[in-house]
Design a protein around this ligand. Sequence first.
Ligand SMILES: *Cc1c(COP(=O)(O)O)cnc(C)c1O
Length: 378
Amino acid sequence: MRPKTRLIHGGIFGDEHTGAVSTPIYQVSTYKQEGVGNFKYEYSRTGNPTRHALEELIADIEGGHAGFAFGSGMAAISSVMMMFSAGDHVVLTDDVYGGTYRVMTKVLNRFGLEHTFVDTGNLDEVKAAVRDNTKAIFVETPTNPLLKVTDIEEVAQFAKSKNLLTIVDNTFMTPYLQSPIKLGADIVLHSATKYIGGHSDVVAGLVVVNSEQLASDLHFIQNSVGAVPGPQDCWLLIRGLKTLGIRMEETNQNAKRVAEFLDGNDNVKNVFYPGLESHRGHDIMKKQATGFGGMISFDVGTVDAAHKLLDKVRYFTLAESLGAVESLISVPSLMTHASIPPERRAELGISEGLVRVSVGIEDVEDLIEDLENALAGE
Ligand SMILES: *Cc1c(COP(=O)(O)O)cnc(C)c1O
């Protein structure tokens, strides 16, 4: 089965009881047992048919052993981290998603889970960070907002040699453009709120693991902690996945055109987009992904210029989040990365005039025209 077909026919297609082509929303908490302990489903925290269909589908699409759905991307990440114990240590990409940074440094640290943040794009830094109690390397690639790239295969090979798990946050690339498990990762996870849902109408998370042991460990956490999504949200994700292929094809094409336009515009100082040959991670992205995605950051020089741009754009909606059909725009230094001290932001290269866009699937000529006019102050 080829990728676009798998998005539609993978996992469990339709409903075996009624022939319904769309998986029904099983809006139910508990299930009649034929006799004590004789049941297919017991209780919806433990398992629900709509969630099960989504979990089978994402496992199939990512090429893994089993899939798990959660109430948000952060619930997915936190639940994966709960497979570890006090005294364990995890090495993470230094510019991971802010919520991941927060849960590691303000929540899970209180339970004794230790962490070190390094540039995972530099294998020497990863090697130097590993200790006797290290259990996993957590990679996000490409990162937000500068689209820094990590070579997943290289990290996974090293991790295997040290008996460590490789965990990849695949939110920006989606399973359509990047398959971390095929590159050697053990666990891949998503904020399904973004491209997988794809329509800015659901908050959810997904995880795929690559072994029976990890599946049983994560199901134990999922059922114990209970950070599960409801059946309606699961249904929205199944529906979103059906069009992920065509949405990502369109997203790739639109983003490439927008990035090239920005790269040639006199009001823009610097463009960060892994699809541009000038981007540091371009060659690795070409090797490990089938597209460059829809995220672009660019520097307009000053925070005033950024504000002016925000005031003028018509089709780029000022909002957090990303990965939806509609284009979104944000200023990391004032929004997603505002809680990071200015000196640290400067170190990371997140300047005040940095603008981030999530390119949607509107007509690209409208998007370019919109940016062109707004950058010219019109
Ligand atoms: C949004 C996001 C998350 C968190 O997901 P939520 O669904 O908002 O909880 C994690 N990782 C990345 C890369 C994200 O963009």
